[in-house]
Ligand binder design. Structure first.
Ligand code: TXA
Ligand code: MG
Length: 319
C-alpha cells in the first residue's frame, strides 16, 4: 500500500493535470478540481450532473490565497481571522482569473478555507485554489465518508483521499457580507457565532433572497436537495411517530415507543453537534433500508440545529 505522502503527491498531480479528486473536508467530502482550469471545472459539473447555474466554492489554504480570488471587506477579514480554517464560506466580489464556469457568471465568488488536514495538504501540494462542490450527484445526499463518494462518483475521480468520517457532517455556512451580513445556507458555523464575531445582527436569508443571489433559475428547481430516493416527510410537532413497518424513522433522540420499522437515532443525548455529524449517513442507511418512506423530526433550532433543520426541510422538498 502506498504511503500517505505518495498518495498526496499522486492526488496533487491529478489536480495539476486537470483530473478530479475526492477530497475530505471537515464538513462533507468534496469533488475537487483546479479552480483556474475550465476543462477540469467542466468535468465537475458533468460528473455531478449539476446545472451550470449553481456556482462552486473555491477552497483555499489561507486568507491570503482567498484574497487572491476574492476582494475582502472588513467583515470578511474579521470572519476569516476568527473562523478559518473552518466551515464558513464567504461570498465576495470576484477578481479576474476565476473562470465564469466556477461562479456561474456571477460577479461574486464563494471562498472557504477548510480545516481538514488532507484538504489543507491537497491545496498546498497542488499549489492552487480548488473548486469543490460536495461529492454527490446533484440534489442527492452529501457524502460524509470516502465510501459514499466511491458509490456515486467513483468513476469520475482519479482518486479519493480517505480522511475518515467527516467531523461536522453538514456543509459550511454560506454568508454574503454585503450590503448587510446574511446567511444564504445555514451550516457548520452558527448564526449566533457569526453575529457575535461581527458584533451586529446576521440575517438568515429567506429562500427568495437566496434565489436572488444566484443566476435566474426556474422556481422550485433547487427546493429538493439533499434528498434520499424514497420520500421524506417531517413529523408535525407533538404528533406520534408512524408505527408501520414500512416507515423508517429519523429521530433526534430515542422514541418513547420502539418503532416497528427501521430507525436511526442521531444523538441519544440530544447533542446537536453529534446529530449533525450523523445526519447524512443515517439518511443514506434509511434510504437503503427497504422502507417505503422516511419520517423525520425537526431538532431545536439552536446553533448547528438550524443547519440540520434546513437539510431536513430540503430533503422533504420544502426548500
Ligand atoms: O462544506 C461545504 O461547503 C462543502 C465542502 C466540500 O467544502 N461544499 C459544498 O459545495 O457544499 P456545494 O457546491 O455543494 O454548495 C455550494 C453552495 C451552493 O448552494 C451554491 O449555490 C453556493 O454555495 N454558492 C457558491 N457560489 C456562490 C455565489 N457566488 N453566490 C451565492 N451562492 C454561492
Ligand atoms: Mg452540495
Amino acid at each position: 500500500m502506498p504511503d500517505a505522502d505518495a498518495l498526496m503527491l499522486a492526488a496533487a498531480a491529478a489536480i495539476q493535470r486537470g483530473d478530479l479528486v475526492g477530497m475530505p473536508t471537515e464538513t462533507v467530502y468534496g469533488l475537487a478540481a483546479d479552480a483556474r482550469n475550465v476543462n477540469a471545472v467542466a468535468k465537475v459539473f458533468a460528473a455531478k450532473q449539476r446545472p451550470h447555474f449553481d456556482p462552486l466554492i473555491v477552497h483555499v489554504a489561507d486568507p491570503a490565497q482567498a484574497w487572491s480570488v476574492a476582494v475582502p471587506d472588513a467583515r470578511a477579514e474579521r470572519l476569516a481571522a476568527a473562523c478559518w480554517p473552518g466551515p464558513l464560506t464567504l461570498v465576495l466580489p470576484r477578481r479576474p482569473g476565476v473562470p465564469d464556469l466556477v461562479t456561474s457568471g456571477l460577479e461574486t465568488v464563494a471562498v472557504r478555507c477548510p480545516a481538514h488536514p488532507l484538504a489543507q495538504a491537497l491545496i498546498a501540494a497542488s499549489g492552487r485554489p480548488l473548486a469543490a462542490p460536495s461529492a454527490n450527484r446533484f440534489g442527492r445526499i452529501s457524502p460524509t465518508t470516502a465510501a459514499h463518494v466511491r458509490e456515486q462518483l467513483g468513476d469520475a475521480v482519479a482518486m479519493i483521499l480517505d480522511g475518515g468520517p467527516c467531523a461536522v457532517g453538514v456543509e459550511s455556512t454560506v454568508l454574503v457580507t454585503q450590503p448587510t451580513p446574511a446567511v444564504l445556507r445555514p451550516g457548520g458555523v452558527s448564526c449566533e457565532t457569526l453575529a457575535e464575531i461581527l458584533g451586529e445582527p446576521v440575517a438568515i436569508a429567506a429562500s427568495e433572497a437566496r434565489a436572488a443571489a444566484l443566476p435566474a433559475v426556474a422556481p422550485g428547481l433547487l427546493a429538493s436537495h439533499y434528498a434520499p430516493r424514497i420520500p421524506l416527510s417531517l413529523r408535525a410537532d407533538g404528533q406520534p411517530w408512524s408505527n408501520a413497518a414500512e416507515v423508517a424513522i429519523l429521530a433526534l433522540t430515542t422514541p418513547d415507543t420502539a418503532p416497528a420499522g427501521p430507525c436511526e437515532i442521531l444523538s441519544p443525548s440530544g447533542d446537536l453537534t453529534e446529530a449533525a455529524a450523523n445526519l447524512f449517513a443515517a439518511m443514506r442507511r434509511l434510504d437503503a433500508s427497504g422502507a417505503s418512506r422516511i419520517e423525520a423530526e425537526r431538532v431545536p433550532a439552536i446553533g448547528i440545529g438550524q443547519a440540520i433543520n434546513d437539510r431536513l426541510q430540503r430533503a422533504a422538498g420544502l426548500g
